[in-house]
Design a protein. Structure first.
Ligand SMILES: Cc1cc2nc3c(=O)[nH]c(=O)nc-3n(C[C@H](O)[C@H](O)[C@H](O)COP(=O)(O)OP(=O)(O)OC[C@H]3O[C@@H](n4cnc5c(N)ncnc54)[C@H](O)[C@@H]3O)c2cc1C
Length: 302
């Protein structure tokens, strides 16, 4: 038996792979539901995702683990709305709507040209070359990279921080420039969407393909042992396993392996607010909306 610890997207995708090749597994999930960080609540007819989470059509792995059409994708328009407390500026995608992108007052023309050049470079780069470039930029922060490319401070405050600060969960843009380039290309070639039922529908779609008897909810793993391999559950039960796969978030992983706790995750809270998006959307009552626009609140919060 293969034991998978964690029923978020990683654990579920792993379970699905094993199930497809006929391997026996048991998935242990501490929470009463599957999905991990991808969670949705329902209130007064509204569908409320916990945190702003989108799927990009350029994430090839998604189509390999579920039937996207059954999730009834609700598409976001490429581009965004930027709100600075005084006006709402439309930032159109230069590739889908070049005229609107050119006349948009989102940021200066030199910054638009820099972004278009960077975007064109990425579009012309093969996946292999991009992977090598991302690895080479591992130690360079996104902020330093963008500075080196000549982007202005207003580009940072009006676009890079609210948008990529939210994507990377890092308002300082200290995340590696390699990861930034990877996501920028994914955004350039793909469109963002959320399932009509909220983001949790995605892990649920994976879970629905698995035998329910192999999914143990409300079952926290408290420890693992070796020689022979096995698990200790929170209730004290022990179980043998041929292999153990830990599909956990970093703090849970460190806790389980008795490693020092990781530094707190970089957040987008603090001086600047996190990106604000139209996450509350009563889809049932808005059937004619074809593409939703993503909105960013650029205002400083006290
Ligand atoms: C605010 C926010 C926005 C995001 N936006 C996006 C986005 O737009 N697009 C995108 O692709 N990704 C986004 N992400 C990232 C995405 O949510 C995660 O990468 C993904 O959900 C992680 O899945 P995972 O399976 O690795 O971990 P998790 O989802 O953390 O799953 C780990 C699971 O392990 C369980 N567990 C922990 N300890 C134990 C234990 N001891 N025993 C048993 N079970 C245990 C937990 O309950 C949890 O269910 C966002 C994340 C956040 C927080």
């Amino acid at each position: 038996m293969i034991a998978i610890v964690g029923g978020g997207l990683a654990g579920l995708a792993c379970a699905l792979e094993l199930h497809r090749v006929g391997r026996e597994f048991v998935l242990f999930e501490a929470a009463p539901v599957l999905g991990g960080r991808q969670r949705t609540s329902h209130k007064d007819g509204f569908i409320l995702d916990h945190g702003f989470q989108v799927v990009l059509s350029s994430y090839d792995a998604v189509a390999s683990v579920c039937d996207m059409a059954s999730l009834q994708p609700r598409w976001f328009e490429s581009g965004a709305l930027l709100h600075d407390g005084r006006r709402l500026t439309h930032l159109a995608s230069p590739f889908e709507n070049p005229v609107a992108a050119l006349i948009s007052q989102a940021f200066s023309i030199p910054d638009k040209l820099r972004l278009a050049r960077l975007g064109a470079e990425l579009l012309l780069t093969t996946t292999e070359k991009l992977t090598a470039r991302c690895a080479a930029l591992e130690d360079v922060s996104t902020r330093v990279f963008l500075k080196q490319r000549g982007f202005s401070e207003s580009f940072f405050s009006r676009f890079a921080q609210p948008f990529f600060g939210g994507v990377l969960l890092d308002n300082d843009l200290s995340t590696s420039a390699g990861l930034f380039l990877y996501y920028l290309k994914k955004f350039l070639v793909g469109r963002a969407w959320i399932p009509a039922g909220g983001i949790q529908s995605l892990p649920e779609a994976l879970g629905s393909q698995l035998p329910s008897t192999a999914l143990l909810l409300n079952t926290r793993v408290a420890g693992i042992f070796h020689d022979p391999h096995g698990l200790v559950l929170e209730n004290g039960d022990t179980l043998r396993a041929d292999k153990i796969i830990l599909a956990l978030d970093e703090p849970s992983l460190c806790q389980l392996l008795r490693l020092p706790a990781p530094p707190p995750a970089r957040g987008v809270s603090g001086e600047r607010s996190p990106p604000c998006a139209p996450l509350c959307s009563n889809h049932k009552h808005r059937p004619r909306v074809r593409a939703i626009r993503l909105a960013f609140d650029l205002r400083h919060r006290p």
